[in-house]
Design a protein around this ligand. Sequence first.
Ligand code: G1P
Length: 289
Amino acid sequence: MKVRKAVIPAAGLGTRMLPATKTVPKEMLPLVDKPVIQYIIEEAVASGIEDILIVTNRAKSAMDDYFDYYPELETRLNQAGKEAELTQVRRAADLANIFYVRQKETKGLGHAIWRAKRFVGEEPFAVLLGDDIMRAKKPVTLQLVEAAEKYDASAVGVQRVATEAISKYSSVKISPLEERIFSISDMNEKPAPSEMFSNYAILGRYVLTAKIFDLLEHLRPGYGGEIQLTDGLRELCFQDHMVAVDFEGQRYDTGNLNGFLEATIDFALDHPATGAWLKQFLQEKAAHL
Ligand code: G1P
């Protein structure tokens, strides 16, 4: 199983990050010096992905612009001898082959993924949710690709979450296969704690077979009146083998304010331009809190 394509759903309205996201797509908010979406694309590329489809909507054209060349700016940077900036600006545009499709109607994550049917064709493909940023030694998508190849199965990324938090996620019913890898036999979207299958929640990364598209096409609206990816995955795990990978790495939900701030601080501490300064700043700040 070779995974060459990825789909990034990025058509949400960003209602948890208003008012900033009224006109700036939440995927374009900067984490230190790069927009959120660039981290996701870099993870896909580092996992061997060559072609990436971003599912957007009418308010997100800043994303297409960001991954394009910008001749006037590049000429100016060149003339000013700003080589490092020029390299960074160019690099974003040359990261991958990026394609776009619009969701047109906000009908849920499952519907957004279904829009990728033509792009994907018959190949297995990765899904990286535009809100979920990972900080990991080995890219999380690569961890999933390896498990999918090993078991010739679809794979989803999971981690344990607190029982009180499970209703923000999908919960999976699992049995162990090997260290950090489980077989999945059922799942549900945003269960109440009394209805959850386990504390393992799906967290934003998937490797799927193209069979998911026919399943999504026939789904009825589920949780929140939306077409849910989880409902399609549930059907898929009944029909074919699906594994859960308890991935190694830290996941941040940048679609809400606290998660966004956590990611900003951790990435800024790791960044050579800001790390040492921020550490000192935080230590001084903490001493006076
Ligand atoms: C989505 C999925 C959910 C998943 C979560 C975290 O929910 O529907 O199954 O657990 O992402 O990746 P959302 O955060 O869009 O409400």
